[in-house]
Write a protein that binds this ligand. Sequence first.
Ligand code: AMP
Ligand code: MG
Length: 418
Amino acid sequence: MTLTPPPLRNDCFSLPAGVDWTPVDEALALLRDRVRRVVPSESLPLTKALGRVLAADVIAKRSNPALPNTAVDGYGFAGAVAEGAHVLPLVPGRAAAGLAYEGAVPAGQAIRILTGAALPAGVDTVILEEDVTLGSGEIAFRGPLKQGANTRRAGEDFSRGAAVLTARRVVTPADLALAAAAGVSEVEVYKPLRVGVLSTGDELCEVGEVAAPGQIYDANRPMLLALLRQMGFLPVDLGRVSDDRAALRARLNAAATEVDVILTSGGASAGDEDHVSALLRESGALQEWRIALKPGRPLALAVWNGVPVFGLPGNPVAALVCTLIFARPAMGQMAGTNWLQPQGFELPADFAKRKKTGRREYLRARVRDGQVEVFKSEGSGRISGLSWAEGLVELGDGALAIHPGDPVRFIPYDSFRL
Ligand code: AMP
Ligand code: MG
C-alpha cells in the first residue's frame, strides 16, 4: 500500500498515428488509460482525513445500531398487541440513551423508554408517548401494534465487519460521521498530490506590482493555485518565468524534484515565443494534443524528468476549461481517486445558439429561475465571464441548433469542486 509506482514513460502521452483533431472523449480515455497513481499512502487520525483519498476500505468495528434501541420516546413492552384497548402496569425506573436498564421487563408489563435507549430484556416493541394515557403506575393505549414497532434493529444501518467506505473515495464530512459511528479512529489515505503551477510569458507581472504599458497581470497562477487547493491537491507555487528557454528549463528541472505534476500556462502553441512547447519538443517529450474543443488550443502534454507536465493555454478562460476537463480527472487518478466525472444536469436553455459539427464547446453559464443563461460573449479573453458564471454548459461534438427552452447540459462549478 505504501509503495510508489514508477514514473510514467516519456512517450506515454503519444496519440495514435493519423489522428488530427482528437475528440474530447477520446482524449479523456487516453489520459485515463495512461495516467497512474503516484502518491504513497499514510495512516491518519479520522479528524485529519477530510478531503483525503481513501487508500483502503473502511471496515466497521461495530454495528450501527450496536444494540436494538427505540426510535421514539414512549413505553416499551413485548409485542405485538391486538386491536382494542390495553392497560399495562409500569415497572419502576426507565431506560434512557446511554443508561442501560439492568433488569428485565416481565411479560404483560411496560417500561418508560427514551429515544436511543437500548431495548431492555423483555422489550421488543415501543408505543409513542403521544398515543398513551398515563395513569398512576400504568398506561392505557389502543392496539393494534406490530411487534418491533418504533424500534431499530441492531445493525440495520450497517454491521460490524462491513466496508462502510470504499478505497479511492474522497472523504466528506458525512464520511467522518459514518466512520466515527463505525468506531473507526484511524484511516489509511493517500498523501496529497503535489501540483506545481508555473506561469510563462514576458508580458506578465505580479499582482501588486505596477504594470507597465503592454504588461498584464498574471491571472492564471492565483486562479490555478486556489483551484488546486479546493480540489484537494497540494498546490506548489512555481512562480513566473519569462519567455526564456534556459530559465524555463532550470525551473522545470528544479520543480520535477519537488512536485508530482506540473501545470504551466502560456507558451503552449507553436508561435515564436511559445517556449514551453518548444522546450518540451526539444527534450523529445512533447505530445501536442490537438483536441476538438472550444475554448482551448493544443494541450501540450509531456513528461519532464518523470513528472507529467500539462502545458495549458495562456488564456485564462481556456486554461480553466482545460484544467477542469482534462487536468482534473488525470490529477485525481494520480492522487488515487477513481476517474472523476463531473455531474451535469439537463436544464432548459434561455438562449439560442448554433454550432457546427466536429468539436465540443463549453460555455460560461449559470442557472436563474430553472433556466440556463450563458455569458454575453464567448470571447476567450473575457475573464469577467469566468467569474460571472457558476458553471459550464457542455455542447456535444455534433452540429446543434439550440432554441430557448431546449434542454442543455449544465455542469455546476461545484461538480468540479471549483
Ligand atoms: P500564450 O499561450 O502564451 O500565447 O498566451 C495566450 C494569451 O493569454 C495571451 O494574450 C497572454 O498574454 C495571455 N496569458 C498568458 N499567460 C497568462 C496569465 N498567467 N494570466 C493572464 N493572461 C495570460
Ligand atoms: Mg506567451
